[in-house]
Design a protein around this ligand. Structure first.
Ligand SMILES: [Zn+2]
Length: 72
């Protein structure tokens, strides 16, 4: 098995890790309904808007409240 001749320096190790172990910002979009920031492919946390309609009732305190309002 091939073995490295020398130990890599801390500088080499750190610059290698800096390439792909870095922290990136989340992909944030602006809600067309209310203008709040929201994460991509998720319903807006402020108004519940997703793909052209209200997908989540953000005013409901429990899931039961949401079901009642969806049925009405
Ligand atoms: Zn919104």
């Amino acid at each position: 098995m091939a073995v490295p001749q020398r130990k890599k320096s801390k500088s080499k190790r750190n610059s290698r890790r800096a390439q792909h172990d870095k922290i990136t910002l989340p992909h944030v979009s602006i809600c067309p309904q209310c203008g709040a920031d929201y994460l991509g492919h998720r319903a807006c946390g402020e108004c519940g808007w997703y793909r052209g309609r209200i997908a989540v009732n953000v005013d409901a305190d429990t899931f039961d409240d949401f079901e009642d309002e969806a049925a009405a």
